[in-house]
Design a protein around this ligand. Structure first.
Ligand code: URA
Length: 433
């Protein structure tokens, strides 16, 4: 087989076979096929798309390019959740103990990553003592006993995706549905999930800004999951404003705890109940989505969800007393209010700008080696649709530096206030099966 022939075949819109896709992925991973040929190949896919079969074959070839996590020692159906990412997305921290509390085994492998705040692991490390450095035996034991454990990413998962994603980043080929869908699904499948619930974000703060693009991506991922034998569904949720009321590691942990206590913002609770009921149903712990939702509402009301969080924290060496005393989480030295300059209703909060503001405070990493400040961040006192009076606090900045004028300006420019009343945005747009 010659790479140039496969580029030509895809360029001309023909379907590639399993063997041809393997040839490209294996050859590229080993270094036998150069970047320039794979760049041309990715661009051909960008313009010519891939069939459902090709997408599934590309996903599997990337899964098999590296290690795969074996979760078979864990009892029950392991359901993983993946979000395409957004600002203030602390869902995993609340959702994992929530579904574990009704008996769904959650064996989560998480990362740190770059972004407006740290990843799930960074957020969890805001809890004093909490450790994700656990070995496979202990991980399995914890999930079997407590239904929940989170471990840092280990092993060499999907090296083909790592290499291809880096190449796409510099060849204008990131924004291709077949390439995004196979990239995300390869990582989920290599992590050992039996079933997958996807949270595809849509809106100004999301990877996919338009609803029809988000749906197309969700449909592509669900089709790949199903054709590879994983029960998969997706919801499309809003990211036109940050999720919940906090952005920043320690602040987000606190908000997740509030949610499990039955408090906290309505959008976070609703998103967790929507995703959670799908997870419980796919794990076959409930006969219907409606029943699954009732079970989740019950464990919030009777304290089982909060208790599961405490056991989870303790079993990974964290200080579980933060659940009842969240003031023990890292706190910033200064709190600065950003006030409304006019009265009306909040008509938009540009999520990206709010994320950048949190990052400027030190809540996120700009490069792999940056350190993050777990204490700093932003609390949104007003969200879209809320009425405001001149001088009301829109946002409280939690900072470890006194001069945050640049952050205040960024936040002020993210908020728009309208004289007319504004409807609250839709949170869940669609469900894709
Ligand atoms: N996230 C991924 O993991 N892969 C993509 O291709 C795009 C977003």
């Amino acid at each position: 087989m010659r790479m140039v022939d496969l580029i030509e075949k895809k360029r001309d819109g023909h379907e590639l076979t399993k063997e041809e896709i393997r040839f490209v992925v294996d050859g590229y991973t080993k270094g036998d096929i150069p970047d320039y040929q794979v760049s041309a190949f990715a661009m051909a896919i960008f313009f010519q798309d891939m069939s459902t079969n090709e997408r599934a074959e590309l996903t599997m070839a990337m899964v098999e390019s590296g290690d795969q996590i074996d979760l078979s020692a864990i009892e029950g159906i392991k359901v993983d959740k993946h979000s395409t990412g957004g600002v203030g997305d602390k869902t995993t921290i609340a959702l994992a103990p929530l579904v574990a509390a009704v008996g769904v085994p959650v064996a989560k492998m998480s990362g740190r990553g770059l972004g407006h705040t740290g990843g799930t692991i960074d957020k969890l490390e805001a809890i004093p003592g909490f450790s994700v450095e656990i070995d496979t035996n202990q991980f399995t034991k914890l999930v079997n006993n407590n239904k929940l454990a989170v471990v840092g990413q280990t092993g060499n998962l999907t090296p083909a995706d790592k290499k291809l994603y880096a190449l796409r980043d510099v060849t204008a080929t990131v924004n291709s549905i077949p390439l995004i869908a196979s990239s995300i699904m390869s990582k989920k499948i290599a992590s050992g999930a039996d079933a997958i619930v996807l949270d595809v974000k849509t809106g100004s703060g999301a990877f996919m800004k338009e609803l029809d693009q988000s749906k197309e991506l969700a449909e592509a991922m669900v089709a790949i999951g199903k054709s590879l034998g994983r029960d998969t569904m997706a919801i499309i949720s809003d990211m036109n404003q940050p999720l919940g009321r906090t952005i920043g590691n320690s602040l987000e942990v606190r908000e997740a705890i509030d949610m499990l206590r039955g408090e906290g913002p309505e959008d976070l609770r609703e998103l967790c109940l929507t995703l959670g009921s799908q997870m419980v149903y796919l794990a076959k712990k409930a006969p219907s989505i409606e029943k699954a939702r009732t079970m989740l509402v019950d464990v919030i009301a009777n304290g089982r969800a909060l208790e599961t969080l405490k056991v989870f924290i303790e079993s990974q060496n964290g200080d579980a007393s933060i659940v009842d005393s969240p003031e023990k989480l890292p706190t910033a030295n200064y709190q600065i209010e950003v006030k409304a300059k006019e009265s009306g209703s909040v008509s938009s909060i540009v999520a990206d700008k709010m994320g950048t503001a949190a990052m400027l405070l030190g809540a996120g990493r700009a490069t792999k080696d940056s350190t993050i400040d777990l204490a700093v961040g932003i609390v949104l006192n007003k969200k879209m649709g809320d009425p405001v009076e001149l001088g009301d606090s829109l946002v409280t900045i939690h900072a470890n530096q006194q001069d945050v004028q640049h952050v205040v300006e960024m936040i002020s420019s993210a908020y728009s206030i309208s004289k007319s009343t504004v409807e609250k945005p839709t949170l869940i747009y669609d469900e894709i099966y």
